[in-house]
Design a protein around this ligand. Structure first.
Ligand code: AMP
Ligand code: ZN
Length: 455
């Protein structure tokens, strides 16, 4: 399997450190607002990566964090904590905001068919680990103190910025003409611990050896990734906006502390654009999964839409294009519905599907293989096998039931029939089928249980 590694800027053969185990860390949401479909494009890429690795025989341990403290409004460690911004926007507490938007995120993840991470870790549950990592860095001389917090001295870490490319770092250094905190030694230095402002009590703050305050954003990912995946692990993902700062800083903190390479493969998803600009909360116009549902889209139509493009290419969002994806996914479901429940037999198409996915997740190529196979003269069992494989890898909900409102009385009959079938009481299930037909509902049995439609 070949994957593109941002660190080497090339496609590399993927070999885990300790096969068949694969440690996978993906940067999760900052829970101060709803995630938008741009964020979900990145998570869709990451979930697909997880699925494809699993399908290729790897035992993936997936860790995802939830940022519920310390992500400041500006990338330069300035401005308010996004959590406190969310809290004052809604007149609620920061802890409540975190709970509300974490739950909303997890609901969206279920709607998008994501495999649940093996470990979902909140930054606020790992304050001692973050303090311990800062202490380790302090003991090695990487940390200095200013009046507003502790900073990592990037000049002491010679390979700083290798991930982003040195010219990029030079750009950051030149770009910062006026430092908001003049005590910072270099523009690329970043906060690992911020002190609570004098006299003002923050909603989220902790004691530390240096004074009451809260962790910087980057330190949480280094500390939690190493806690759950070890000091060196296989794959770390996020959106491309994380390359230059967040991930560069994660590497610096982890490698300065351990002296070991932190991560083998860095993988980044490209942006979803809207009107030629990155979709972002700050940019105002952003679309949520709830907006899609309100317009009659299944969240999985959006997943299909994203998988039609390569994860390393920008994707411009339009409602018209999403409609085309919805229609295509519906046709796919229709083509698969009559196939036998149990698929069997490899074919040139299953082979092509695997090959496309092993080529740096060419999901568009995999979808084309699925379509070609379904349109070919392959037998129904082989087609069914192909559909199973595609569903495992792409998670498109190809076998899902349509969810349509039905009178409760009819729903009850359907439930009883489904139950009878599971209990292999075929006499009862047949008589219930006839009863439903008389009432205008035709029932058909498929691989994912019974389906119904109005007569
Ligand atoms: P955040 O909640 O801002 O920390 O972002 C969560 C994830 O979404 C990160 O991996 C970001 O890199 C990613 N992301 C943010 N905006 C976009 C976008 N417009 N398109 C794709 N990914 C994005
Ligand atoms: Zn992170």
């Amino acid at each position: 399997m070949k994957l593109y590694n941002t660190l080497s800027r090339s496609l590399e053969e993927f070999k885990p450190i300790d096969p068949p185990h694969v440690g996978l860390y993906t940067c999760g949401p900052t829970v101060y607002n709803f995630q938008h479909i741009g964020n979900y494009r990145t998570y869709i890429f990451e979930d697909t990566l997880n699925r494809v690795l699993t399908l290729s025989g790897f035992a993936v341990k997936h860790v995802m964090n939830v940022t519920d403290v310390g992500h400041l409004v500006s990338q330069g460690d300035e401005g308010e904590d996004k959590m406190e911004v969310g809290a004052s926007r809604e007149g609620k507490g920061a802890w409540e905001i975190a709970r509300i938007y974490t739950e909303a995120f997890l609901r969206d993840c279920r709607d998008l068919n994501f495999l649940a991470p093996d470990i979902l870790c909140r930054a606020t549950d790992h304050i001692p680990e973050q303090i311990a990592l800062i202490q380790r860095l302090e003991a090695k001389g990487f940390i200095y103190k200013t009046s507003d917090g502790l900073y990592f001295d990037t000049a002491r870490f010679p390979s700083y910025g290798r991930l982003a490319g040195l010219s990029h770092i030079a750009g950051i250094r030149e770009g910062f003409r006026v430092e908001a905190n003049p005590q910072k030694r270099h523009p690329t230095d970043f906060a690992v611990w911020k002190f609570s402002p004098q006299g003002a009590k923050r909603q989220m703050e902790w004691e530390s050896p240096w004074g009451v305050g809260f962790p910087g954003w980057h330190i949480e990912c280094s500390a939690m990734a190493m806690k759950y995946l070890g000091e060196s692990f296989d794959i770390h993902c996020g959106g491309v906006d994380h390359v230059a700062i967040h991930h560069a800083n994660e590497i610096a903190q982890a490698e300065a502390a351990t002296g070991k390479p932190f991560v083998r493969f860095w993988m980044h998803g490209e942006f979803l654009l809207m009107n030629n600009a990155k979709m972002a909360k700050s940019a105002g116009g952003f679309v949520t999964l709830a907006d899609l549902k309100e317009k009659g889209f299944d969240p999985l139509d959006y997943r299909y839409h994203c998988l039609g493009a390569h994860y390393r290419k920008q994707l411009d969002f339009t409602w018209e294009a999403l409609e085309a994806s919805q229609a295509a996914r519906r046709r796919l479901c229709e083509a698969i519905r009559p196939l036998p429940e149990e698929g069997e037999g490899e074919s040139e198409f299953t082979q092509r599907l695997r090959e496309r996915l092993a080529d740096d997740l060419d999901t568009a190529g995999a979808l084309a293989a699925l379509w070609d196979g379904l349109r070919s003269d392959l037998g129904p069992f082989q087609k069914s096998r192909l559909a199973d494989l595609a569903e495992d890898a792409l998670g498109l909900g190809l076998f899902h039931e349509e969810s349509m409102e039905l009178a409760p009385e009819l729903q009850e009959l359907l439930n009883r029939r489904a139950f009878a079938r599971r209990e292999k009481d075929f006499a009862l299930s047949d008589s219930l089928r006839q009863e439903l037909e008389v009432k205008g509902i035709l029932v058909e049995d498929t691989r994912q249980g019974q389906r119904w439609r109005k007569k």
